[in-house]
Design a protein around this ligand. Sequence first.
Ligand SMILES: [Zn+2]
Ligand SMILES: [Zn+2]
Length: 253
Amino acid sequence: MFVDTHAHLFYPDFAPDWDEMLGRARADGVDRFVVVGTDASTSRAAIELCSGRERFHPTAGVHPHEAASFDEAARADIEAMCRLPGVVGVGESGLDWFKEFSPRAAQLEAFRWHCDLSRKLDKALVVHCRDAFEECFATIEASGARRGVFHCFTGGVDEARRALELGFHVSFSGVATYPKNEALRAAARFVPADRLLLETDCPYLPPQGARGRRNEPSLLRRTAECVAKERGVALEELARTSTSAACALFGLE
Ligand SMILES: [Zn+2]
Ligand SMILES: [Zn+2]
């Protein structure tokens, strides 16, 4: 069975067919979820959604798109949530130079703060990085944070190597199935099995063949099939190694 290590399951998109969606996920071998917050209110929603559900694990953090509104009150909220025992990660946070919805200086300041919190709590830092690898690596390195994941990885072998050198995991999403992303698939062949994770980032970024629709956890399987084929391993083997890597990173049983 697979872990979907990055799913925004609190979005209203999933409410109408929640049970059917989870049924499809289980049928396709996805039975554990890291539910990732993107600001104070969705982090709270992630925690609420996961409470009382055994195989759902929340994180709390502020997405770089929201960095401009990351004020004192939000910091206090996020820190309190990240300190809760069931919260398995800090983020998502990071740098997005591609969309740049928040000014770069605000993104950097927010990201530094999340890096420090991850180091202090020794909880996985969930990193969102778009067109900002150099600045992400430098910020992580300076902070001393050494536990985390580059989620929805979009780099090549060189960027994967740098992430691994920092002690981080690398997570592949449906983007790895897009025909033009050959450099990304080279990274998927390169990352050692004990550092390789899988995710959907749903409801965003459905894999090839499902583009234009809402993404959902069952579609993780298509990414897994693509990554397994690239690596020349059986799907069951990838399920075993990626699940144990996810459990090690997020401290799951
Ligand atoms: Zn992201
Ligand atoms: Zn995300």
